[in-house]
Design a protein around this ligand. Structure first.
Ligand SMILES: N[C@@H](CCC(=O)N[C@@H](CSC=O)C(=O)NCC(=O)O)C(=O)O
Length: 281
């Protein structure tokens, strides 16, 4: 078995951004993730905030582009960003599409061949990575929250709705929150899960919330100049499902903002403060 290999380290706001490679038992291939350790991590165990990135991103995208480290250093939060799919174990056609396969793992448990061999991102993110962090870093494993963007917003919502006991809070930027009813999600779910749409409900935030609420307010920010808004994101479906379920949702729309990290970085401080309040830091 491969040890945790540090492949890069950069000082940042008096803490450090580190990138790691390790063998994943869940995905049965080496995986990568990035961590931001604020300066307080040298002295005490800190809560952890997971960030799940979107289509085409790597473990590095969030820490380069979102500007979260400044607030994490102030608030004493460890940030963790996993890669968006397996990459080293190659599967036929895995790089043929930017919205399916490599860089597009959709944070679920693939059930269809050949993807089920390695695309077990849900177990990787919710179980294997937290256990590894608790073992290797000064993490308070009892205090975790989760956030994400687009495909990663979908990931954050399904992790929190499926296993609310694992997370104190959840937030998303422009999430794919009704994947069973939009082209990105239909393509990914057909490929990873198969044609049976009943099985898709397990991985669709707009259907999960009707079965189990998250015990806290979900924060969602959406730019109104987002080119994916009407076809791929369709936040009105998730908002309606939350209303039907009685799920507290703080859904905010922002005129002029698009789908990019310029949008994400503009509201990152508010998301980190939302999580810090739940994590009591
Ligand atoms: N095909 C394009 C667009 C890919 C893109 O917009 N990816 C978003 C996430 S979309 C939903 O999950 C993203 O976060 N991109 C990274 C970035 O730095 O903006 C392409 O390949 O660029």
């Amino acid at each position: 078995m491969m040890e945790l290999e540090c492949v890069a380290e950069n000082r940042c706001f008096a803490g450090s951004v580190r990138r790691f490679r390790h063998f994943s038992n869940a995905c049965q291939t080496p995986m990568r993730f990035a961590v931001y350790l604020p300066p307080q991590a040298q002295k005490e165990r800190l809560p952890v905030l997971y960030y799940l990135a979107g289509l085409t991103c790597t473990e590095e995208t969030f820490l380069i582009k979102a500007g979260a480290q400044r607030w994490a250093a102030e608030l004493g939060l460890i940030l963790v960003a996993p890669d968006t799919s397996p990459r080293e174990a190659r599967l036929p056609g895995d790089d043929a599409h930017w919205d399916f396969g490599m860089g597009a793992g959709f944070y679920l448990r693939a059930a269809q061949a050949p993807w089920q061999q390695h695309y077990q991102m849900y177990d990787y993110v919710t179980e294997e990575l937290p256990a590894l962090l608790a073992q290797e870093f000064s993490v308070d494993a009892t205090r975790a929250s989760i956030m994400g963007h687009s495909m990663g917003g979908h990931g954050a919502l399904i992790c929190a709705l499926r296993e609310p006991q694992r997370y104190r809070s959840v937030s998303a930027f422009a999430p794919v929150s009704a994947p069973g009813q939009v082209p990105w999600g239909e393509k990914a779910f057909t490929g990873y899960l198969g044609e049976d749409r009943q099985a898709w409900a397990e991985w669709d935030a707009s259907r999960l919330v009707l079965r189990q609420r998250f015990p806290g307010e979900i924060l969602v920010d959406q730019g109104l100049a987002d080119p994916f808004l009407k076809e791929q994101l369709r936040p009105e479906i998730f908002s309606a499902a939350c209303a039907e379920a009685g799920q507290p949702l703080r859904y905010r729309e922002h005129a002029g903002y698009d789908h990019s990290y310029y949008f994400i970085s503009s509201f990152m401080e508010e998301h980190l403060r939302h999580h810090a309040a739940a994590l009591q830091v």
